[in-house]
Design a protein around this ligand. Sequence first.
Ligand SMILES: [Zn+2]
Length: 448
Amino acid sequence: MQKSELIKKTMTILFIGLILLSCNNSQDQHVGQTTVSKWQGNKKSAVSITYDDGIITQFTVARPIMNKLNLPATFFVLTGKVYGSEEGRFIGRSKDDIIRETDLIKTNADNFFERASLIGFTGPNQGLMAHSNAGSLFESGKITEAYKSIDEAYKKLRNGNLKDTDEVVYHDNPQDTTSWDDLRKYTAEGHEIASHSITHPRMAVLDEANLLYELEQSKMDISKHLGEEFTFSVECPYGTENERVMEYARSVYPALRNRMPETYLDEFNRSSDQDPGASENEYVQWQRGPLTNSSMDLMKSWIDKCLANDNIWLVLVFHGVDNFGWEPKTAEELQDYFTFIKEKENDLWVATFADVTKYIKQRQNIDIISDVEDGSISLTFLSDLDPTIYNVPLTFKTYVPGSWKSVKVKSNDKEITTGLEINKDDRGNYIIFNVSPLQGKIVISASV
Ligand SMILES: [Zn+2]
């Protein structure tokens, strides 16, 4: 290499270095860096207010209180008791054959699930109680006792001490006139309607045919009457965490309130006394079920716990309201509690079970490509999730040049937000904005 050429090259390298240095002033070195906020709206935590069993007063008493405060709920309903749906039935061999066999063959591992499935449909209350009792024993590991309880129930049935009728009984549900038209109206108000099965069985003791029927037919009825959007979430009755049930349920519904084993999510159920604040995980789904004697102070302390941490998703599980349903809370208590939650809304993201599940999943499954050029920042999003289902707007934080006084965000040449507030932290100036990650390329620039 000639000496003059070497000097030229060295000068060029120095020159480029100078340019890089001047650009690399401490304020702007993070320009373009983009992250998704942990919770929508860049809030401290999330709360989902959920109701189980589709009890009439949840809709007529609790829902209007929430509507006035503009808070969304998730109602896990029993589709069987909504007129126009399949009301639930036993799927399988002839009932008489099964009953006859119980006189000849004792209940064992081979016939238990079939018998436990059928007994729930052998008459009002008594049959259902025999089914629930067997389920409860089975799930607490008392397998022999569960078999024995089934033998006793069928003996009563054969002797006529348990009256066999075709009536279907729904768990803890007084007469209820809620229709699909009503439920559709509630979804239009911003609430989520989700599945709590057809009849509220102990799914852990159902055989495959009946288990799938309870999951799939419930989904089909919701889809038919409310649309696919509301076939996202399910709560399998009695908060079961039975692994066999969870596997079937996960094959039918994307989101289970019972259990969603994701590496980024700890799940503390209603009976857990683990401290969600002590979890090191990215997210904790913390379920709390207010009972009749749960004090207002205790219920408010759950909200305070959320605000003192950044990783808690509080999932409240309500049942009865006023005079109806299991462990009812009064309208006055709900009014007081929901008003308290509303007052904290600057820091709390209150959203349906589906929306929070989707947000977390979308955030965990997104790659952001950021390009800084010609005075603008362009962002491209990559994700494997189905955009027709995972469509909750994400909240982004993007660093912008210190010289920008005002910022606009465009999506496919359409301005989606303008005049954004510019904030500052120790990495530089940044903006916070919400956008559905499915809107193609996002371009951020100074608005003047
Ligand atoms: Zn229930």
